[in-house]
Structures are given as C-alpha cells and as structure tokens.
Design a protein around this ligand. Structure first.
Ligand SMILES: Nc1ncnc2c1ncn2[C@@H]1O[C@H](COP(=O)(O)OP(=O)(O)O)[C@@H](O)[C@H]1O
Ligand SMILES: C=C(OP(=O)(O)O)C(=O)O
Ligand SMILES: [K+]
Ligand SMILES: [Mg+2]
Length: 527
C-alpha cells in the first residue's frame, strides 16, 4: 500500500494502469458497512461478507421486527466466531420517515397522468386510487405543484416500482396528486419523499426508543445511525437518551443527513455527532441532481478536518441484480475515496441483492486502487494548515507519527490507546499504511459492578479508514510502564506478523505513552 508514487495530479503511464495489484491482507483501508437482510442473513453468506471485507453490519429498523433482526445478529455472531473477523453492529432508526401503509402488501398499479390521493386515514385500504400514509401533516406541509417521490425501501432507481407525483390539490388532510410515470408498487415497504419540506415527525420516534432500549441494550450496539437528523438538538437528545441506558452511553451516534434541512444545519450537527452518514439515497431525491456532488465534497472535507468518520451510501445500486457495477458507479466509488470517505455503506446490494459477497469485494478492490493514488502529501499539508498552531500535544504527536511512518516507509503504525482518541487522530492524517490500534482495557466501575473498557473502543475503529483494532489482554496492567509497554508491543507485532502486514526487517512506527510523556518511536525489526 505505501509504495506507490502514482498520484492523480501527475501524468500516469497508461500501461501502469494495467499492472495487476499486489495482493494484500486488508482488502482496503476504506471500510464497508453492509445492511443485512433476506439475501445476507445465513451464517454462510455473512461469513463470506466478513471475509470479503465487511466490518460493520447495519440493522435497519425501518423494516421488519426485532426478532427477525435478532436471528440475523445471532448468525453474524456465529460468522464472526468462525471467520475470526471482527464486525461492529449499527442500529439504524426509522425516524421522520413517511411510509405508505399497505397492510395487505398487494401490488398497486399507478398509471401516468392518472390521479392518486395520499391520505392519513390508515383505516382505508391501499389501492390505485388512494394511498394511506403514516403521517397526518402532509396536507399542511405541501402545496400545489410540489413534487413527491414514492420508492421501494432502499430504492435503487433502476426498478420500475418508483413513482413521481405532483401535488394538484390539497383537500382537508388529503393530498391529491397527478401521477408522472407508470409504476407498480410491489414490495413490503414504500417510503415517501416530499422535496425540501419540514416533516413534523420526531427524529427519535417512540418505536425507535423502544427498539434501542430493548434490542439495542441487549446487543450493546456500537453505532446508532440516527436517520433524518435535521438539527444538532436531534443528536443531543439521542445522546441524552443513550446516556441512561447503561453500556449504551458508549454507543457512538452517526447523524444521517438525508434531506436539505439536515444539510442546512450540517456544521452544528457535525459538532455534536461522533460521525456522519451521507445518505445519498434520500438526499439525492431532496437535492437537484446537479448539486449532489457539491454536498458530498464539502461534507466529506468538513468531516475529515474535524477528524470524524464519514460514511457514504448508495454506490453500486446496479449490483443489486448484476455481477458488475456500471462504469459510472465504479468511478463513483473511487471518487468517494478520493473525496475522503472513511466507509461505504451498502444498502439494497447486500440486503436483497443477488451478489452481496461479490459486491463487497468489488467495492473493496476499487477503494484499494483509489487509496493508492490518494494524494496523502497534499491532504496532510492541508490538514496541518487547517488545524493551525498551537496544536494540542496529542494531535502534534499523532500527525508526527504519520509523517515519520511515511518518511521511513514503515509498513504499519501501532498506536496504543484506551479511549481510542489517539488512534482516531492518527487516522485523521490519513496514513498510507494500516494503523494497528491496540486498545488497552481499563478497569472501571458503575458502583454496581467492575468491568473492563475497551470492547466498544476497539469495534468503533472498524468504521474509520485505516484503523484495524486489537484488544489487549486485560491482565496487562493499564499503567504505561516500560515493561508492560514492551510486552504489549510484542503481542501487537506478533499479531501484525500473523496477519501478514509486518515482515522481517520492516520498520514500524509506535505511538505510546511512557510515564506521562507521549512518544513516537521507530523500530526496525530483525527477524
Ligand atoms: N495503556 C497505554 N499504554 C501506553 N500508552 C498509552 C496507553 N493508553 C494510551 N497511550 C498513549 O497515550 C497517549 C494518549 O492517547 P489516548 O488515546 O488519548 O489515551 P486515553 O485512552 O488515555 O485517552 C497516546 O500517545 C497513546 O498512544
Ligand atoms: C441508506 C439510506 O437510507 P435508508 O437507510 O433510510 O434507506 C440512504 O438514504 O442512502
Ligand atoms: K432507516
Ligand atoms: Mg435514508
């Protein structure tokens, strides 16, 4: 990974494009989040997904019940055990999502130029003439001429089940619409998107709260994906809610930006959240298409400068039904990496797609190629300049570790950490080599029982570009004496060797504390 001089700003020899890539242990430094569902819930398929490079599993509660998701999660645990690949768990909320209520789930045909009425009266049966919805404020929120989109859950844009509507009249609580294209709504869940209006539904619904307090607590979720985050206050409220749920006070909140309202408050939201999900599926409907790339580039830049992980969605929709992505999609994945994303989130591709494993490995391979031409030097300089002086001690240590590792062509950076902070700061400077984040457990108490910290911190690095966690043995005392440092370092080096990322005579950069002082040291391995 570190060897390349190939930079996109420099002329690339065309033949070099054809050189086969060297195989490496890590499929990519960029992480892959997979949404698990019907086509990706057997132990066998999940094992394949883990081996192909999925490091976070997303459970989307917009869809299906806790029992179903629990079964999938049990299979994930079995797959983790058998493949020995780590995987974090993300709970995705429903939030302010408008849904069509079609209890019988029968297919509904809609004809272009015809009329259909959207009504909050859920007692009505869904038909080609009337579609009940779960929100009673639509009539107040829209006006004649507004556009409404109805798409299948995790719509890909290539299915013929999505429909565009134009509001022609508001009648009491009902909204009368003209159908713009012929479509058949077939499938279990359809969501509604009305462009650029405020939907007066809570960000954390009652159902979400219930699911988090039961399923979430039981499974100690690593990440909460907060759907339809529109204000910083949404994140603060979710944080307050999690803080009362025992272990979930350690759950990280990823604010999902899915509409223009969230985009408008992006800076404040970023300050409050632990990470951001750029939900391009929904945002792509809310924004004019020509503006989507601008949001992507500026939001990723802001996340990078804040040192907070950014996840991008909806990259290879066409792989839901095909073994190869379109050229546009393949290029889009590479651009996501060049623009700075930490992780790529797959939706329909893994949930109901025919090729979940192949999709993950294809995306991983594209990411890995893009990482090689990522202009780290330019990025590093920009970041240092943005942070300004004086830097905090730790940030100065972290950036120095990355600089040193590049200068000496180290094969890996090993970072000791308990809170995960130091490792995240190193990742912020986008090293070209993997970072082994050695999480040292700390003994802690909540006045009722004693336990070790570390598991959350380790798994939470599975969404950060370049970070690969290892949990140190809690029998090592957490104080950073030189004897314990040495023994933990030995375990970490052995781990790196076993993984194949460190070989004899390699140089390794280590970031750790000695007594009170943080140090960066360069070691050269003998054998
Ligand atoms: N148990 C440990 N042993 C040695 N060094 C450590 C340990 N924990 C953290 N460090 C080092 O201490 C510095 C502060 O790291 P940070 O991750 O912020 O620690 P903390 O977990 O105390 O917040 C970094 O240089 C990091 O590499
Ligand atoms: C992944 C997305 O959202 P959801 O989880 O709501 O389908 C998206 O909008 O890109
Ligand atoms: K959702
Ligand atoms: Mg969405």
């Amino acid at each position: 990974m570190p060897s390349s001089h190939l930079l996109l700003e420099e002329p690339i020899r065309m033949v070099s494009i054809l050189e086969p890539s060297k195989p490496s242990f890590f499929s990519a430094m960029t992480k892959i989040v997979g949404t698990l569902g019907p086509k990706s819930r057997s132990v066998e398929t999940i094992s394949g997904c883990l081996k192909a490079g999925m490091s976070v599993a997303r459970f989307d509660f917009s869809w299906h019940d806790p029992e179903y998701h629990q079964e999938t999660l049990e299979n994930l645990k079995a797959a983790i055990k058998s493949t020995k690949k780590l995987c974090a768990v993300m709970l995705d909320t429903v939030g302010a999502e408008m849904q069509v209520v079609n209890k019988s789930e029968k297919a509904i045909s809609l004809e272009a130029n015809g009329q259909v009425v959207l009504t909050p009266d859920q007692g009505q049966e869904a038909s080609s003439e009337i579609l009940p919805i779960n929100f009673d404020g639509l009539a107040k929120a829209v006006k004649k001429g507004d556009t409404i989109f109805i798409g299948q859950y995790l719509f890909t844009g290539s299915e013929t089940t999505s429909v565009w509507l134009e509001v022609s009249e508001v009648k009491g609580q009902d909204v009368v619409c003209i159908i713009k294209n012929t479509a058949t709504l077939a499938g279990s869940l359809f969501t509604l998107h009305a462009s650029q209006i405020h939907i007066d539904l809570p960000t954390l619904t009652e159902k979400d709260q219930e699911v988090i307090s039961s399923w979430g607590v039981k499974n100690k979720i690593d990440f909460l994906s907060l759907s339809y985050t529109r204000h910083a206050e949404d994140v603060r409220q979710a944080r307050e809610f999690l803080s009362k749920l025992g272990d979930l006070s350690q759950t990280q909140i990823f604010a999902k930006i899915e509409n223009v309202e969230g985009l408008t408050h992006f800076d404040e939201i970023l300050q409050e959240a632990d990470g951001i999900i750029l939900s391009r599926g929904n945002l792509g409907i809310d924004l004019p298409p020509e503006k989507v790339f601008l949001f992507q580039k500026s939001a990723l830049y802001k996340c990078n400068m804040a040192g907070k992980p950014a996840v991008l969605t909806r990259v290879v929709d066409s792989m839901t039904d095909n073994l190869r992505p379109t050229r546009a999609e393949a290029t889009d994945v590479a651009n996501a990496v060049l623009d700075g994303s930490d992780a790529i989130l797959l939706g329909a591709e893994t949930l109901r797609g025919l090729y979940p494993i192949e999709t993950i490995s294809t995306v991983g391979r594209i990411c890995s190629e893009a990482e090689k031409v990522f202009n780290q030097d330019l990025y590093f300089k920009r970041t240092v300049k943005y942070v300004g002086e004086p830097m905090t001690h730790l940030e100065s240590i972290a950036s120095s570790a990355v600089r040193a590792a590049i200068k000496v062509k180290a094969s890996i950076i090993i970072c000791f950490t308990s809170s995960g902070r130091a490792a995240r700061l190193i990742a912020k400077y986008r090293p070209t080599m993997p970072v082994l984040s050695v999480v040292i457990p700390r003994l802690k108490t909540n006045q009722l029982k004693w336990s070790f910290s570390g598991a959350f911190e380790a798994r939470q690095s599975l969404i950060v570009r370049g970070l690969f966690p290892m949990l140190a043995d809690p029998r090592h005392p957490a104080e950073s004496t030189s004897a314990t440092n040495e023994s933990i370092l030995k375990v970490a080096l052995d781990h790196g060797k076993a993984l194949g990322v460190i070989k004899s005579h390699d140089r390794v950069v280590v970031c750790q504390k000695l007594g009170d002082a943080s140090v960066v040291k360069i070691i050269e391995l003998e054998d």
